[in-house]
Design a protein around this ligand. Structure first.
Ligand code: HGY
Ligand code: MN
Ligand code: MN
Length: 431
């Protein structure tokens, strides 16, 4: 069975959603539960309701959208991704997968409206999913919404997850109740964060996440499609260095216990240790740093920074991170700086469904699409869903391999081709 998506409609949808940002002209900043999140949710939910879908929003604000194109109560095939972004991020990360899933839904809906007998030919329904707080921009933990869906997070976590101002996830979700009525519609403000927050995924036959690659491989090799076979794991720790604050002018260099120069040495150490990984696949990043008091004429007393290690092998992640932590403690001691390292979050590396990968490979080969089976250094909500059902991921090239920055971009022809491949894959899985 073939169905052609409407590529122009897909591009128009993406162009509209790109405008829902707190930093117009400087990339996309669309944090969960914020103003732009409301706008994006409103726009998407209006479209799915117009197509006759039912919408279920859970207490963490993940959205499950169930049209009905197949046998009632049967299995379903799911597609989706996230709509939140990093600060000053790109216009495609996450939202492209949601728009691809929306395009599939509208194409299916139009086809079934034209020929209702199609429904009898499906052996499964189609569902869309929008995961909340995938980027971890609020609480520092990637895939937060899907960690609740899959049971990695449970009812205690809304009080443990806190933003930089110390507000808990629970407090932020409570705050949604104060939104104007017309905005509250896009959230579940009545749900309880107590009890079971997981989704019943037993009815899901397959989940497919369409996403930009966010790395250089496809673009460099001139390929238009990536079929993901494994997703890196990650482990994040937070390091707090405490030295002695003092006057920047009157304190002799030899008498200083500067928390920031110590952190600078530690961060360079992290880079050196990750670079020395023989297979050159481990990556380590110190992406966030806070300096106290942060005045130019005060020797920094306290510094907090994150260390994130990723690899496709969990043992390598822990081995490298454990060695980094040991070396950071030793460096702090040499500099008479006190050091506290706190585990922040982690997710395990994961292999996606061999059945789905093989079926997508066959489809790509038959269609003559230049593709590559590849791993993903970026993590995705698909990691969490893959624990519960056959899961696959489709990548399209990122121009110059850039992502999580305003320069993030993909050729329109690749955006359309990726969504068409999603359509073909969903149809195959529904038949
Ligand atoms: O960090 C990641 O890999 C994802 O973009 N949240
Ligand atoms: Mn993403
Ligand atoms: Mn991202």
């Amino acid at each position: 069975m073939d169905m052609k998506i409407d590529g122009d409609r897909l591009l128009k949808t993406l162009d509209t959603l790109k405008t829902y940002t707190d930093t117009p002209g400087a990339g996309v900043t669309r944090f969960s539960y914020g103003r732009q999140d409301v706008r994006a949710r409103k726009y998407i939910l209006e479209r799915v309701k117009a197509a006759g879908c039912s919408v279920c929003i859970d207490p963490v604000q993940n959205i499950r959208i169930s049209p009905s194109f197949g046998p009632a109560g049967g299995k379903s095939v799911m597609a989706g991704s996230h709509i939140d972004s990093v600060r000053n991020g790109g216009w495609l990360d996450g939202i492209y997968g949601v728009c691809g899933a929306l395009e599939v839904m509208e194409t299916l809906s139009e086809a079934v409206a034209k020929d209702p007998s199609l429904k009898d030919r499906f052996t499964a329904n189609y569902e869309m999913v929008i995961f909340a707080e995938e980027e971890g921009s609020l609480f520092g933990s990637c895939m937060t919404g899907s960690k609740f869906i899959s049971g990695i997070y449970d009812e205690k976590d809304p009080d443990l997850l806190k933003n930089d101002e110390g507000l808990s996830m629970r407090q932020i979700l409570e705050g949604l109740k104060d939104l104007p009525e017309e905005d509250r519609q896009v959230y579940d403000t009545g749900g309880s964060l107590a009890g079971d927050l997981t989704w019943d995924l037993a009815s899901v036959r397959t989940m497919i996440e369409l996403h930009i690659e966010q790395g250089p491989v496809l673009d460099r090799e001139g390929l238009s499609l990536g079929i993901v076979d494994s997703i890196f794991g990650m482990r994040v720790v937070e390091v707090e260095f405490s030295g002695v604050g003092n006057h920047a002018g009157a304190t002799p260099m030899r008498e200083r216990r500067d928390a920031l120069t110590a952190a600078a040495s530690a961060i360079l150490l992290v880079e050196d240790m990750a670079k020395s990984d023989g297979e050159h696949r481990s990556v380590a990043t110190c992406g966030k740093i806070e300096v106290f008091p942060g005045c130019s004429n005060v020797i920094p007393e306290k510094v907090r920074f994150t260390v994130e290690v990723r690899d496709r092998d969990e043992k390598k992640i822990d081995d490298l991170m454990d060695r980094i932590i040991d070396r950071i403690h030793a460096l702090a001691q040499e500099r008479h700086i006190s050091c506290v390292v706190t585990e922040h979050s982690r997710s395990s590396p994961l292999h996606l469904s061999r059945r789905v990968i093989t079926s997508m490979e066959t489809r790509a080969r038959e269609a003559g699409i230049p593709f590559k089976v590849m791993d993903s250094g970026a993590v995705h909500d698909a990691c969490m869903i893959a624990r519960h059902c056959d899961t696959g991921m489709i990548f399209v090239p990122s121009i110059d391999g850039r992502s999580h920055v305003p320069q993030e971009d993909t050729h329109p022809r690749d955006l359309i081709a990726g969504a068409q491949f999603l359509m073909d894959t969903i149809l195959a899985e529904m038949s």
